[in-house]
Design a protein around this ligand. Sequence first.
Ligand SMILES: Nc1ncnc2c1ncn2[C@@H]1O[C@H](COP(=O)(O)OP(=O)(O)OP(=O)(O)O)[C@@H](O)[C@H]1O
Ligand SMILES: [Mg+2]
Length: 278
Amino acid sequence: MAEPPLLDVEDLVVEYPTAQGPFRAVDRVSFQLPRGGSLAVVGESGCGKSTLARALVRLLRPVSGRIVLDGTDIATLSERRLRPLRRRVQMVFQDPYGSLDPHLTAQQIVAEPLRLSGIGDRAGRARRAAELIDRVGLPSSALHRRPPEFSGGQRQRIGIARALASRPDLLVCDEATSALDVSVQAQVLDLLRELQAETGIAYLVIAHNLAVVREISTEVVVMRAGRIVETGPTAAVLASPAEPYTRALRRAALDPTTIRGVKPRHLLTTTAREGTRS
Ligand SMILES: Nc1ncnc2c1ncn2[C@@H]1O[C@H](COP(=O)(O)OP(=O)(O)OP(=O)(O)O)[C@@H](O)[C@H]1O
Ligand SMILES: [Mg+2]
């Protein structure tokens, strides 16, 4: 029998309350991610990628469906029962400004998840944080600086170091390399691949840059208006995309203006649902 997947998402529904009633941002999404595997989620702006990511790490509580992590359904677990599992799934956020505490030093930020999980002593945690900050390519002078003193790309790397600190089984990366210039992006992708080879960590990567998707993921899921519209091995989906969005995304990837990771806004269509919300 095949080994059960690390993550098994089934019929996941996530809604936001709005003045017009609940808005369904993720609509019956199902997929699996094997242990040590890597899956990319792509789709136009507003299709629900970040909402899906936030539900997977249980920053949002889904309305229905299952999120089975290593045999335990975490979709509706209470905060108390979730606590021991939090270490195992970490997230790198799309917005590196809002997600780092501006009052802490980089070293404290990276050590924070270890402190919260009660891992190691103070000195050990500081050592591990310094190691990780070096690993993501920041100089040791970064250790004692605070988020406002870093560039967007540097903040993003601190977010990655923090997410890796507790040695998670699954890392959810929401546009984790978008703010980085191409050489730093390549460096971070190399790091993620190295770590995967070393530790068998699994990745769920949200990216709009198909070069990144190709580099990091073996499987890809294409979302539109909260639903999965296309899925399969990355090479196959990108070679012969069935969906108009995937085709457009692929065309944009060949366009030199998108090479530096500029989001192809000209492609992004407003969904009918967005009109009903605001
Ligand atoms: N707090 C909220 N309340 C109401 N609606 C929301 C909220 N957050 C997001 N939405 C809506 O849910 C939908 C999905 O948003 P989400 O942020 O998941 O999209 P996304 O795919 O990550 O987009 P992008 O590529 O721009 O980051 C959008 O239509 C968005 O406007
Ligand atoms: Mg998003």
